[in-house]
Design a protein around this ligand. Structure first.
Ligand SMILES: Nc1ncnc2c1ncn2[C@@H]1O[C@H](COP(=O)(O)OP(=O)(O)O)[C@@H](O)[C@H]1O
Ligand SMILES: [Mg+2]
Length: 506
């Protein structure tokens, strides 16, 4: 029941009580006064006509008294009716007055209720601002409204701060390279970031609010760790290797949330880390293997020389030639390994500006010294093309590419070098019409010790380090190298290097 109705009904009740108590009392009092007046009047009249011969008058007096008595009764009735009518009118009047005053005084309360109701019923999201029309600052309702307003201002401010903080944290979590998933005490997913849903291979909308799934070995492991962290209250870690197109290694770290409210798990992709470790292991194994082969050969021939001192001069020449060739091979290998280490630690102080045109021409001369019958054409701009870096290393890179082009072509090799100046890059293209590279091998040829045909490369004195040296050199110069090849038709290597004029050197 509304406050207005309550006031109205209680007023009505009070009035009813008032009439019920007062009406019998008034009615009784009026009756008594009238009766007393009538009695006194009658007694006085009787006293006036009190003589035996006055019987007739006495009768008249009694008639008058009777007439008075009925008049008095009528008056008493009129008074009672009048009182009732008066009470009714008074009731109407006071009701109207109360209604008017109450409406006037409770207006601010109504306005407060009206302002708060939409928020309370959920129609609007924002906290209400109460505006009271009567601007009397001393009025209690006005003070109540302004107190409520300042309260909602503070709550609004706090909500704004909390929302900003939450959005900020969410943006940070979303941009993380690690997957983050939080579950509640019942094991339902409360939060998962973009990386997390990607790593788990489940869309975010399927995860949020659902029980943590166990539909894959990774999910199962995660769920197991979350439970362990929650049960033990300490951080638990594990890792998993996922087979697939590319082998992936994930580190999993689960931590309990405060007051047993669930747990959080962080998924870190450690594939590159493990890959580096694996590559390091492979590199050492490959390098050792490549060194052991010539050593074994040299050792074998040296033992032959030792055991058979009486060898014919032809045999002797053959054996010593083989020993020298394998020594040469070992020397090349060690040189290449040292070059790789050298490039990795290349200091930028060695970077100097140079013109690519003479550098390419110089490389052609060097190649022609080794492969005199190779045909090498150069297509170049008449202008200088400037780059910055270590000239010797870039020369080494281009010589390696030219050497491969000649090596993997049926003689005489046809090699074409093109030098172009793009907007802010220099483009060097080295094409040959050689044996080409099978498509499956093309993506691996820049890896260390990778050869398409080990025996063939070895015969030609290579160990598969050349292109990895080239790539490392180009990348050290902020450039890129790509390959395109057609098996049996030829291969093209394209290098892009940033152009750097001598004035804008680092
Ligand atoms: N121009 C080319 N034409 C055909 N195959 C090539 C060419 N350049 C490189 N390759 C292939 O790429 C592999 C890797 O080259 P590289 O690292 O220089 O090693 P290497 O020359 O010691 O064999 C080679 O074994 C060869 O099979
Ligand atoms: Mg090579």
């Amino acid at each position: 029941m509304s406050f207005r109705k309550k006031v109205f009904l209680s007023q009505l009740a009070l009035f009813a009580v008032f009439i019920l108590v007062l009406f019998p009392f008034i009615s009784h009092t009026v009756d008594r006064i009238m009766q007393k007046a009538l009695q006194e009047g009658t007694e006085k009249l009787i006293h006036l006509v009190e003589s035996p011969d006055n019987k007739e008058k006495m009768i008249e007096v009694l008639k008058v008294q009777e007439f008075f008595a009925s008049s008095v009764q009528n008056i008493a009735d009129d008074v009672e009716i009048g009182f009732l009518v008066f009470c009714f009118l008074a009731l109407l009047f006071f009701t109207a007055l109360t209604w008017f005053l109450f409406n006037r005084f409770s207006q601010p309360i109504q306005e407060i209720i009206q302002a708060v109701r939409p928020y309370q019923s959920g129609e609007v999201e924002s906290l209400p601002h109460i505006t009271v029309r009567q601007k009397n600052e001393k009025d209690d309702f006005n003070r109540l409204a302004s107190t409520l307003n300042s309260l909602s201002d503070r709550v609004r401010e706090q909500i704004k701060n909390i929302t900003e903080e939450r959005n900020e944290k969410e943006a940070i979590l979303e941009s993380l390279g690690e997957g983050v998933i939080a579950v509640d005490a019942g094991g339902h997913v409360r939060y998962v970031n973009f990386t997390g849903s990607k790593m788990l291979g489940t869309p975010k909308r399927h995860l949020m609010g659902a029980l943590f799934p166990t539909t894959s070995p990774l999910l199962e492991k995660c769920q197991h760790l979350l439970k362990a962290a929650q049960d033990t209250g300490v951080v638990v870690t594990d890792s998993i290797a996922l087979e697939g197109l590319h082998r992936r290694y994930l580190d999993l770290i689960a931590a309990p949330k405060a007051k047993g409210s669930g747990a959080i798990i962080v998924l870190q992709d450690k594939s590159s880390h493990y890959k580096v470790l694996e590559m390091g292991k492979d590199f050492v194994a490959n390098a050792s293997h490549e060194l052991r082969t010539p050593i074994t050969i040299i050792k074998g021939f040296a033992e032959t020389l030792q055991d058979m001192p009486e060898l014919s001069p032809e045999m002797l020449a053959d054996i010593t030639e083989k020993i020298v060739r394998n020594c040469q091979r070992m020397d090349n290998l060690v040189k290449n390994l040292l070059t790789l280490a050298d490039i990795e630690n290349l200091p930028e102080t060695r970077f100097k500006p140079f013109d690519l045109v003479p550098l390419v021409e110089n490389c052609r001369h060097m190649l022609r010294a080794v492969y005199p019958d190779a045909e090498v054409s150069i297509e170049k701009s008449t202008q200088e093309i400037w780059a910055a870096g270590d000239v010797d290393l870039l020369e080494l890179a281009i010589i390696n590419l030219l050497d491969n082009a000649a090596k993997y072509s049926n003689p005489p090799a046809h090699i074409h070098i093109k030098l172009e100046a793009l907007v802010d890059e220099a483009k060097i293209t080295i094409s040959d019409k050689g044996i080409g590279i099978p498509p499956a091998d093309a993506e691996h040829i820049f890896e260390r010790f990778y050869t398409v045909n080990k025996a063939h490369s070895r015969r030609l004195g290579g160990a598969g380090l050349g292109l990895s040296i080239v790539k490392t050199i180009i990348e050290k110069h902020d450039g890129t190298i790509t390959v395109s090849s057609i098996l049996g038709s030829g291969t093209t290597f394209t290098i892009l290097l940033p152009v750097q004029r001598p004035t804008s050197l680092r």
